[in-house]
Each structure stands twice: as structure tokens, then as C-alpha cells.
Design a protein around this ligand. Structure first.
Ligand SMILES: Cc1cc2nc3c(=O)[nH]c(=O)nc-3n(C[C@H](O)[C@H](O)[C@H](O)COP(=O)(O)O)c2cc1C
Length: 369
């Protein structure tokens, strides 16, 4: 299936595996690239040195294109951009809107720039600054997310910008891909669905919690870092929601010191990152520290398998997911389901006016922006 996304980045299928902290490492990204979709390494939870090695590891295992996700507001964003450029990474994906200068620097080096956005005005801004495409994440998506549902946000953004739009938030199958294409998107980006594959390194006990989740078990909370964050509703989340200021500060400090050891971030660097994540919101000091520490909380579950201690970022779509296919199996299934769905729609619509009747008459695929 050829769309503006496959043409832009040179992948076979209009499917993106998004950058997920501690989850989207070299193994998942390699599997995705080999399956013909766009895998994106999550770099916010890596030191710059780890990022460079992760890129080299993927490249040593596949010639297919892949991307790197980074936080535009991180203190060392420029250093990470330099690594992306030096290592010849095909796509730079951003968790927040990057500055005009960062976009220009990447584009000058031939890197395709694809920021994630949660609002139409952000899409308009990055498009005006030269972004090559945007990933639009609706509120049902996992991790930090907005409040507007994909079905409302996606057509808004498609109508507002002239660059390819990739739909994210709530997708897991071929029907979803076809629906996104029908809205005018050039493909879908999925996080939770790729986390729940046999190629993802997330511990089995954690995957089991996701598989068991119903829609009611997935919540949007600000209790962790002050920003709307979608995750599995656990006792730890309930505890954070109920904790007083002093206790929250103590916990935040403990986690901050743990993350500092792993990430190599200095205390001032951590406070700077935490403050940058406030986005001008009124956050307590413990929330500022927790914001910088979200990676630690995610690590406890995604790496250490501590379902009791960690947070488990999740899209609502976890409620629909019941298996752990390989990435190749998943991508193959999404594409064959999408083709079957399109053929079914062609049968409903009937052949185009003037064409002779035939089974493939109306099943043309919208190609996106
Ligand atoms: C466990 C987890 C970790 C995530 N970490 C990041 C991250 O580090 N950077 C980022 O831009 N988005 C992150 N996200 C958001 C995803 O990249 C993606 O936009 C989202 O999962 C899409 O919604 P879906 O889960 O419904 O597919 C994360 C999501 C999950 C589930």
C-alpha cells in the first residue's frame, strides 16, 4: 500500500511503531524495520552515548529506514540532534513541537522531521516551520496525551495542514488503518499495540497486566507528573492521587536520585527538564521532580517488571488487545485486514460510475495528504 508516508520515509507499509520510553529499543525497532514499517527508537530514556550505540545496533541488523524520538525541550536536544545527523538516521520524531532552528538543522542534513502533536494549532505551527509530516495523537493514546479524541482531532489537522498526517491514539488493526486513511491520514502510528508483541522486551508480568485490562482499567491522570498521562489504573496510581504534598515530595526525591544515577543527569539538569515539562502550568515542587522522574517510574515496570512500583503507560486500545504476536505477524495481519476491509468497502460502494462491474472496482486506496 503506497501513501504519502511510505513515499516520504521509504517504508513498505504505512505503519509507524512509536517511540516509547524503555520499550522502543533496538530489538523492537529492528523487528519493525524488518517487517517493512517505520520503527522509532525512544531516546528520552537513554543517555546520548546509549542513543548512539542503539542507532548503530539497529543499523548493524537492518538496512531499512528507522527513526529516533526525542524531547524537543530536553537540555541536551541539540546534542541528540547532532547524533541523529552524524549517524545518518532517516527520521527524527519529537514528543513536543521542536523549534524552527532544530527543524532547519535536521532538514539541512536530509533528516525527515515528524513531530507528534495533540492540537491543530501545534500542527499548523510545525508545518509552517518546515516539518515534513506530523503524527497526530488523540486523547485515547497512551503516555502523555491530550483530551481531544482521535476521531475529532485527526480530521481537524488533516484539513489544516498540507503535509502528510499520521494518525495515532487507539489504533491496533487493519480496520483502524483504513479508517485513518478515510479521514485523509497517510498512515497510522501505534504504541500500545507494538508494546504488546513478542518482540517487545517488556517483562511478561507487565504484558499480562495490559492484556487483562478492560477500558475501565485505563485512566488519564495528572497525579504522576502534573501532565495528562494515560496509563493502567494501579494501586500505585491511586496512592499518588491520594498522597499529601510532603509524602509526594519525599517519593519524588527518592526517584529523582535513582534516575540521576542511571541517566547521568545532574540535579540542576533534572530540575531544568522538570521545569521545562511544566508547560507554564502550576506544578508543586514534587510534581516538577516527578515530571523529570517519569522515566524512572516507567523503567520500574517496563524494565524491572515491578507492576507494583512502576507506572504502565497505556492507550485505551489495550482493552481490545488479547494476544502477543511477533512484530512481523502483527504488521502482516494489519495489512491483510486493511486490504480485506478496503475490498469489502468496494463491494458496498459498488463499481465507480462508468466502470464495468468487477470485484476490485471500487477498492481504490486513499493515499493520504
Ligand atoms: C509505555 C509507553 C511509553 C511512551 N513513551 C513515549 C515517549 O518516550 N515519547 C513519546 O513521544 N511518546 C511516548 N508514548 C506515546 C506513544 O509514542 C504513542 O504516541 C501512543 O502510544 C499512541 O497511542 P496508542 O498507545 O493508542 O497506540 C509512550 C506510550 C506508551 C504506551
Amino acid at each position: 500500500m503506497r501513501t504519502a508516508l511510505t513515499d516520504l520515509v521509504g517504508v513498505r507499509h504505512p505503519i509507524v511503531q512509536t517511540g516509547m520510553g524503555w520499550v522502543a529499543g533496538p530489538r523492537l525497532v529492528t523487528a519493525t524495520a524488518r517487517a517493512g514499517a517505520l520503527g522509532i527508537l525512544a531516546s528520552a530514556t537513554m543517555s546520548p552515548g546509549q542513543l548512539r550505540s542503539a542507532v548503530r545496533e539497529v543499523r548493524s541488523r537492518t538496512d531499512a529506514p528507522f527513526g529516533v524520538n526525542l524531547r524537543a525541550d530536553a537540555g541536551d536536544a541539540r546534542e541528540r540532534v547532532r547524533i541523529i545527523v552524524e549517524e545518518g538516521v532517516r527520521v527524527a520524531s519529537f514528543a513536543l513541537a521542536p523549534s524552527r532552528e532544530l527543524i532547519a538543522e535536521l532538514k539541512d542534513a536530509g533528516v525527515v522531521v515528524v513531530p507528534s502533536v495533540g492540537a491543530r494549532r501545534h500542527a499548523e505551527k510545525v508545518a509552517a516551520w518546515g516539518a515534513d509530516a506530523v503524527i497526530v495523537q488523540g486523547g485515547e493514546g497512551g503516555g502523555h496525551t491530550g483530551e481531544v479524541a482521535t476521531t475529532v482531532l485527526l480530521p481537524q489537522v488533516v484539513d489544516a495542514v498540507d503535509i502528510p498526517v499520521v494518525a495515532a491514539g487507539g489504533f491496533h488493526d487493519g480496520r483502524g488503518l483504513v479508517a485513518a486513511l478515510a479521514y485523509g491520514a497517510a498512515g497510522v502510528a501505534m504504541g500500545t499495540r507494538f508494546l504488546l508483541t513478542s518482540d517487545s522486551t517488556v517483562p511478561d508480568a507487565v504484558k499480562a497486566r495490559y492484556l487483562a485490562a478492560t477500558a475501565a482499567d485505563i485512566t488519564l491522570t495528572r497525579a504522576v507528573d502534573g501532565l495528562p498521562h494515560r496509563m493502567l489504573r494501579t494501586e500505585m496510581v491511586a496512592e499518588l492521587e491520594g498522597a499529601g504534598r510532603l509524602r509526594s515530595l519525599y517519593r519524588a526525591l527518592r526517584r529523582a536520585s535513582g534516575f540521576r544515577r542511571i541517566s547521568g543527569l545532574s540535579w540542576p539538569g533534572m530540575v531544568r527538564d522538570g521545569l521545562a515539562m511544566r508547560h507554564g502550568k502550576e506544578l508543586s515542587w514534587s510534581q516538577v521532580l516527578l515530571a523529570a522522574n517519569t522515566p524512572m517510574l516507567l523503567r520500574a515496570s517496563m524494565v524491572d517488571g515491578r507492576t507494583d512500583l512502576g507506572i504502565m503507560a497505556s492507550g485505551q486500545v489495550a482493552a481490545l488487545i488479547e494476544d502477543l504476536p511477533s512484530v512481523a505477524g502483527l504488521v502482516g495481519r494489519v495489512m491483510s485486514d486493511a486490504e480485506r476491509t478496503l475490498a469489502g468497502l468496494g463491494a458496498v460502494a459498488g463499481p465507480p460510475a462508468g466502470a464495468s462491474a468487477g470485484p476490485s472496482g471500487g477498492a481504490s486506496s486513499p493515499s493520504g495528504a
